[in-house]
Design a protein around this ligand. Structure first.
Ligand code: G4P
Length: 523
């Protein structure tokens, strides 16, 4: 199907970043409800439940009440097409999360009003900052006991070095919550989340609470007075540069302030951006169709061994049935069944424009970081691999399954579950992960989906570095000296399995023509 709104200028592609439990799922659901994409509360969760029953490995998800897989949801509002990319929020987040953020143009940062900036929010924010992704902030759970509004704004400014422009001002919180002052429009939003018809202005609204005996409300009003003199006003340019965030307050659970947040996305979130690429950046207005794979998900349906590559269109129009070249392999691919993912179903996508995300079913021909185009060769850059914080050896209990192991590791590495390194000497594999949960997922999926029983064992190495070979002779010398530490990643690029940081530093000194890299740009 085609989407109602046409042209890339009508696309807003964004993610929600938050710490687990801040309310991302609830907010997602309420955004969809407000836009009319779903009609019943609970549909997103239901969808989650159904997804969880799809395969055994998701037991881990269920047990821990977290969501590991990320997906995309497309919905329409106010003449715009909104593509919401889900970033996994668990503490052990993997490269998947980073990569998802390479495919968005803006993000909503959800903060729990009682907890402020938490570890995961900060990490995700840093990734957004690296890419200058503009952030709209939603301070959630205002219906519960909350921190003082000024204190929350101060924390955002200090912890994230980000200017804040409050767009709403909560009057009290928790049991004392009396509504929101919409600072932009000078109107009042009731405790039920309904805006009043009249817009008497901020001063008049604050006047309503001038004689309050309630200490919390009095404190809110004092804060508002202080803030109006000292805090910056919203500025679109500063927002788009990523130096200022508009801050909304509300309650996802009670649907307070959600409509205003959705409106903010429609009004402020930027159009599809120019993507960094070699040899030249890809501008969304370019005629050639270009897209890049930021995520691969296998076995979404265990009955069909399907594998879906999530492609963000960067320029031109992707049409069903067209042929695109995978620049990495040089091979053509017929895009027969591209899919849109809506809140409730997936549908064949007849046409997708820059900013859209389509799923392309394939049998392993598409990998994360691949660029597809029908124009001149170009490679979208900035989709990173990170040096693993955990490096482990894979022990295969059943030697007759060597082949299946290779396939399982290749597939799961392609999805970004773990990184796989194969030593050039000897047999076996090492796997790298950012957190231990990834290793659990690997073990459980290898058993459930590939019937390969594996054990994860300690390795004698602490981390890995990609070796950039600027001088072949020097690399050969290095490789000869460290024969047991040389491996290849799944693209055949050389990797140094390092026993210590000290060893990495020493090698960098001894072999100045080699670079030991902690990240590899897959572009
Ligand atoms: P997450 O995806 O960020 O992990 O958070 P999620 O939406 O699952 O919300 C985490 C918990 O916080 C849920 O409660 C949810 O109902 C609650 N919550 C979300 N938004 C608000 C809000 O605005 N106000 C209040 N008071 N609570 C909110 P739970 O008890 O863990 O789950 P459930 O049994 O309610 O589903």
């Amino acid at each position: 199907m085609s989407l109602e709104s046409t042209g890339y200028k009508s696309r807003r592609t964004f993610a929600i970043i938050s710490h687990p439990d801040a309310g991302k799922t609830t907010l997602t659901e309420k955004l969809l409800l407000n836009s009319g994409a779903i009609h019943l509360a609970g549909e997103v969760k239901e969808r989650g439940e159904r997804r969880r029953t799809r395969s055994d490995w998701m037991e881990i998800e269920q047990k821990r009440g977290i969501s590991i897989t990320s997906s995309v949801m497309t919905f329409e509002h106010d003449g715009l097409t909104l593509n919401l990319l889900d970033t996994p929020g668990h503490a052990d987040f993997s490269e998947d999360t980073y990569r998802t953020l390479t495919a968005v143009d803006s993000a909503i940062m959800v903060i729990d009003a009682a907890k402020g900036i938490e570890a995961q929010t900060r990490k995700l924010f840093e990734v957004c900052r690296l890419r200058d992704i503009p952030i709209i902030t939603f301070v959630n759970k205002i219906d519960r006991e909350a921190r003082d509004t000024l204190e929350i704004l101060d924390e955002i400014m200090e912890a994230l070095a980000l200017d804040t422009a409050p767009m709403m001002w909560p009057v009290g919180a928790g049991v004392d919550f009396n509504g929101l002052i919409d600072l932009e429009h000078g109107r009042f939003i009731s405790t039920e989340g309904k805006p009043e018809a009249e817009a008497p202005g901020i001063e008049a609204l604050a006047g309503r609470f001038a004689d309050t005996q309630n200490q919390q409300i009095a404190a809110s009003m004092e804060g508002l007075e202080l803030a109006s003199g000292s805090l910056p006003k919203f500025d679109q340019a500063a927002f788009e540069e990523g130096t200022l965030t508009p801050v909304y307050f509300g309650s996802a659970l009670k649907s307070i302030g959600v409509r205003e947040l959705l409106e903010a996305v429609c009004r402020f979130a930027p159009e599809p951006r120019t993507q960094p690429a070699r040899p030249e950046p890809v501008d969304p207005s370019m005629a050639a169709c270009t897209g890049f794979v930021f995520k691969v998900q296998a076995n979404m349906d265990p009955n069909h061994r399907d594998r879906v590559a999530f492609v963000r269109v960067a320029s031109g129009t992707l049409k069903r049935g067209m042929r695109l070249k995978n620049v990495r392999t040089g091979k053509d691919l017929k895009v027969a069944n591209p899919m849109f993912f809506f809140a409730r179903e997936r549908e064949l996508a007849d046409e997708a424009v820059a900013g859209d995300v389509v799923g392309i079913p394939n049998h392993g021909t598409l990998s994360v970081g691949d660029t597809l185009t029908d124009g001149p060769d170009v490679t979208v850059t900035g989709i990173p691999n990170f040096a693993p914080e955990l490096l482990r050896r894979v022990h295969l209990s059943d030697a007759s399954k060597t082949k299946q192991l290779a396939k399982a590791l290749n597939d799961l590495a392609e999805e970004g579950v773990v990184q796989v390194f194969k030593p050039t000497l000897g047999s076996g594999y090492y796997v790298g992960a950012v957190g231990p949960l990834q290793l659990e997922v690997l073990t459980s999926r290898a058993a459930a989906e590939y019937s390969v029983p594996i054990r994860i064992e300690p390795a004698q190495y602490v981390t890995a570095r990609w070796v950039k070979v600027n001088d072949k002779a020097q690399f050969d010398k290095f490789a000869a000296l460290h024969r047991l530490n040389i491996a290849e990643d799944r693209y055949g690029d050389p990797v140094f399995l390092a026993p210590s940081q000290w060893e990495i530093d020493r090698c960098a000194q001894d072999f100045p023509l080699l670079d030991f890299m902690a990240t590899k740009d897959r572009g």
